[in-house]
Design a protein around this ligand. Structure first.
Ligand SMILES: [Mg+2]
Length: 157
């Protein structure tokens, strides 16, 4: 069985991007993120990974620039190696072209940009799908990836 991952950008994909968030009451999940994560991890061998580094807002040893930070593909390449992932069967979801570029550099098969459909994309940019929100991203994943385990709808706690 091959393994694959859903790489999620944080600000603007997991949480509403309000700049530097340092208190829990400032944190707001983007609608649809739990449904998206649930769909992906419901299948065996499908993982989600994250990057803790940030040059200003990382905590302790994580406060530094790092090859894992996008648009460097380092985090994705490390995850592919450590977790024996098939990058062609993996997905990255981001809200900036740097997310898409990192995914392309690492050979990620499906690159999804959450953005306005009229967002300007420079010439020579890597190919990607554009969705308006995470509900559309989920519909795209459902259309592209086989479901072998009964998909249970996410129930908010
Ligand atoms: Mg972002």
């Amino acid at each position: 069985m091959h393994r694959s991952a859903l790489f999620l950008d944080r600000d603007g994909v997991i949480n509403v991007d309000r700049g530097y968030i340092h208190r829990s009451d400032q944190f707001e999940f983007v609608p649809g993120i739990f449904e998206l994560a649930r769909f992906w991890t419901n299948e065996p061998g499908r993982l989600i990974v994250h990057c803790p580094y940030h040059p200003l807002h990382g905590i302790g040893e994580y406060r530094r620039d790092h090859p894992w930070r996008k648009p460097n593909p380092g985090m994705i390449l490390q995850a592919v190696s450590d977790l024996s992932l098939d990058p062609a069967q993996s997905v990255i979801v981001g809200d900036k072209m740097s997310d898409i570029e990192a995914g392309e550099a690492a050979g990620i098969g499906l690159r999804i940009l959450v953005a306005s459909r009229d967002a300007k994309v420079g010439e020579g940019a890597p190919s990607h799908e554009v969705v308006a929100d995470l509900g559309e991203a989920l519909a795209l994943l459902r259309s592209r990836f086989a479901v072998t385990v009964a998909d249970r709808p996410y129930e908010h706690p």
